[in-house]
Design a protein around this ligand. Structure first.
Ligand code: FAD
Length: 323
């Protein structure tokens, strides 16, 4: 009787132990797999961020792009911590931000760093931008800007602004001093980037219209699950006018299978090796081939010309998005 009890007891114990061992092994395997995938994603994001930072040294103030203690990742949703704004991400809000740093990047380009409350990040959804507003001659003026700081940078965000001699907002921004404030509406726009929604995105950017493109390219390259290919044609008057060239070149070098960038200038120096002249329908045809989505951002005349080019090439209205 006693031996049957022991046998029964031992039998149950052995079966129980076997189940516990199998369950534990499965859990450990699952956990290790997940943390490896997470680590790979974080490494890719950190690589992106650090390499961009290195390449920018000597061009823009280094602290603008080097990973600071408060900065996490490069915008990959999988590594980004939750922002305090996350809940209201698609809800528009007006806020006043204090200018805490201002740097002259070139004769007509300035970098503005605005303060965010300590643990906060702007966390714009990819594809959205913000609007700065002010009153000039009793009229409200507002203009769109896409921050160039990483969306997950905590405690600040940065705008890179080209100052036009007759530009209303850019002259207002130029006049701001550290300690002054600016009124901002956020988030703005109707384009939301969804990973892998399109196989090949074409981007046509003119002058300061490069910043929304950079935001999308960074999001694609920071996400190992995103296989979208991008071809960007970036048009400027001269080589000196090309904004963020080192950052763009670094992304193209680091992700050659996914990112291709072609520059064109209308007033080339004898040393210039890129394309020359404005972007025409044949430039698009020869450089891009066929894309399933085209993003456009530039001055009014540029946008109009690009839409005409694309329509001539058979792109439908739904395939084109103008920021
Ligand atoms: C989604 C989005 C993001 C943007 N992000 C940025 C950014 O990060 N940084 C930035 O500097 N700008 C950016 N812009 C452009 C910005 O919104 C303004 O158009 C720009 O700052 C000029 O405004 P302004 O009031 O100074 O000039 P305006 O008073 O509107 O224009 C005055 C004159 O300036 C010239 N001009 C104006 N804009 C341009 C231009 N883009 N190219 C060539 N000449 C021009 C024209 O000759 C124009 O007649 C973005 C635009 C969009 C739609």
């Amino acid at each position: 009787m006693a031996s049957i009890l022991i046998d029964q007891f031992t039998g149950r114990t052995l079966l129980g132990s076997a189940l516990v061992i199998v369950a534990t092994t499965v859990c450990i395997y699952f956990f290790l797999g997940r943390s490896k995938a997470k680590k790979d994603t974080a490494n890719r994001a950190t690589k992106n961020s650090n390499e961009e930072g290195k390449k920018l040294k000597g061009k823009l103030p280094v602290e603008s792009f080097e990973k600071s203690e408060t900065e996490v990742g490069t915008g990959s949703q999988s590594v980004a911590p939750l922002s305090v704004n996350q809940a209201q991400m698609n809800q528009k809000y007006h806020r006043t931000f204090k200018l805490i740093k201002k740097d002259q990047i070139s004769h007509n380009v300035q970098l503005f760093r605005f303060e965010l409350p300590q643990e906060e990040c702007l966390d714009l959804p990819i594809g959205r931008h913000l609007k700065v507003s002010t009153t000039i001659d009793q009229k409200q003026v507002s203009r769109s800007y896409t921050p160039i700081s990483l969306p997950t940078a905590r405690g600040y965000f940065e705008l890179l602004i080209k100052v036009y001699e007759k530009g209303q907002m850019s002259r207002f921004m130029h006049s701001l001093k550290v300690g002054d404030t600016a009124q901002v509406l956020c988030p703005v726009g109707s384009f939301t980037y969804v990973p892998n929604e399109w196989k090949h995105i074409a981007m046509l950017a003119g002058g300061s219209g490069i910043t929304p493109m950079l935001q999308v390219i960074r999001a694609i390259t920071a996400n190992p699950e995103d296989h979208t290919r991008v071809t960007l044609i970036y048009s400027n008057h001269t080589e000196e006018d090309i904004l963020l060239k080192d950052v763009l070149d670094n992304l193209a070098e680091s992700f050659p299978q996914q990112v291709r960038i072609v520059y064109t200038v209308s007033e080339p120096s004898p040393q210039w090796k890129g394309l020359t002249g404005r972007i025409t329908a044949s430039t698009i045809q020869e450089t891009i081939g066929k894309a399933d989505k085209v993003l456009i951002c530039g001055p009014v005349g540029f946008n109009k010309a690009m839409i005409e080019n694309l329509e001539g090439l058979g792109y439908s209205e739904e395939m084109i998005y103008k920021f």
